[in-house]
Design a binder for this molecule. Structure first.
Ligand SMILES: Cc1cc2nc3c(=O)[nH]c(=O)nc-3n(C[C@H](O)[C@H](O)[C@H](O)COP(=O)(O)OP(=O)(O)OC[C@H]3O[C@@H](n4cnc5c(N)ncnc54)[C@H](O)[C@@H]3O)c2cc1C
Length: 378
């Protein structure tokens, strides 16, 4: 694999950096604390509109849907720069990474016309209604029901940990239409539909980040179902693969390590065991970056990511944890104020390995699918 960036790729990175330099406010690092605060989400709405107008929100989407037909490397460069800047797109990164592309693949022409152009213009915020109180890693056991009612469905149940739900316009919702894994169906539900109640869960990672969402006799039309009844599992397998390689969290972790090292060097405290630990964290960030690049390379060659996606994701979890531990051990005062970038990274790293799926599940997948280890006899 050739790891040199082409002149065009370098120019694109500069274009994104110049946009960020022009459009992020001087106090942005403070705002980037509390990754999904209401203030950041409100800022993201304006920011994404401007990003879209500059052709930088969905460059990797087809021109037909407002993109530039750019390759997966362009998407990666964009995501690296955004994540390093504290993800100023807020929850709209989900639209860009996987909700839009999933609708392009599985939506009806009407669903596509309705939902994709507003995403490409940076005007809508979606949330992901998957997890339930008893169904996180074991998503197939979810209990929210969608029962046939007249020409559509009636939905009852509860979701939990739903990021951005308090500000979202739509929910990409999983609900059960029949028993078992093959009985789960996707609905595209407006969040202002009667019967939906959103309750914020207090959290140290930012007010407005996670929520419970209750569905009480929520009526949805047949046309709001994505795909066929029971097709959710197939559709979300594609969607989650897009999501897993879509967040270059290593980029912010590496930046946090560099920032912490610079402070420690300035203060004459960067030596011995401190330097060793910094090197381990920096090496882990680099490993996660290269694992992710191998996946992007595969995608650029038109191949779907396989079980190596789990290795890339686990490597990323490890690097975020090592970077956070390094800062906590050697620069804890930075987290008490004065270094918003380090605090912003710390808040994101706290949930590494649980927020978009438990790390242990990735380890299971690495063991069974990548290393093909035998299962222990029961
Ligand atoms: C900040 C944050 C934001 C989130 N945002 C969203 C969102 O927007 N939408 C959404 O739908 N969900 C969201 N989630 C939920 C997230 O996807 C779940 O927390 C995650 O899938 C784990 O599920 P769980 O919390 O039920 O934990 P569990 O699945 O109960 O896991 C608990 C522990 O048991 C371990 N474990 C479970 N099963 C196994 C196994 N088979 N083998 C080995 N170990 C296992 C896990 O690794 C974990 O350590 C968010 C979570 C967080 C923390």
């Amino acid at each position: 694999m050739d790891f040199q960036w082409t002149p065009e790729q370098q120019a694109f990175r500069h274009e994104v950096r110049a946009f960020l330099a022009e459009h992020l406010p001087p106090d942005w690092e403070q705002m980037a604390e509390g990754p999904a605060s209401h203030a950041q989400t409100a800022f993201a709405r304006e920011f994404c509109r401007k990003l879209a107008a500059a052709g930088l929100l969905v460059p990797h989407w087809p021109a037909r849907w407002g993109g530039r037909d750019a390759d997966p490397w362009t998407a990666l460069i964009l995501a690296e720069e955004m994540w390093m800047a504290g993800e100023p797109r807020g929850g709209q990164y989900m639209n860009v990474n996987w909700i839009g592309p999933t609708l392009m693949r599985y939506g009806t022409p009407e669903q596509q016309e309705r939902h994709i152009p507003p995403m490409a213009r940076g005007e809508v915020l979606w949330c992901q209604g998957f997890s339930e109180p008893e169904a996180g890693s074991d998503l197939a056991s979810l209990r929210t029901r969608a029962e046939r009612a007249g020409a559509g469905y009636r939905i009852n149940g509860q979701k939990i940990w739903t990021s951005y739900a308090g500000d979202a316009d739509y929910c990409f919702l999983l609900a059960r239409t029949a028993p078992g894994k093959a009985g789960i169906t996707i609905f595209l539900v407006p969040m202002d539909r009667p019967g939906i109640t959103v309750r914020q869960i207090p959290s140290i990672i930012g007010e407005g980040d996670i929520h419970e969402v209750f569905f009480d006799d929520v009526e949805v039309a047949e046309e709001e179902r994505l795909g066929a009844e029971g097709q959710a599992w197939e559709i979300i397998a594609t969607a989650l693969n897009l999501e897993r390689v879509g967040i270059p969290r290593y980029a912010l972790a590496a930046k946090a390590v560099r920032r912490a090292v610079a402070i420690l060097q300035r203060e004459g405290r960067f030596r011995g065991a401190v330097a060793d630990q910094a090197a381990r964290a920096a090496a882990a960030c680099e490993a996660a970056r290269l694992y992710s690049y191998a996946l992007v390379d595969k995608r650029a060659r038109g191949e779907l990511p396989g079980p190596e996606a789990s290795a890339a994701r686990y490597a990323t979890v490890l690097c975020e944890r090592l970077a956070a531990e390094f800062v906590v051990e050697h620069l804890p005062e930075a987290l008490a104020g004065g270094e918003p970038l380090l605090l912003a990274h710390h808040q994101r790293a706290i949930v590494a390995g649980i927020a978009s799926g438990a790390a242990e599940i990735q380890l299971n997948l690495i063991a069974s699918q990548l290393l093909k280890l035998p299962r222990e006899p029961r």
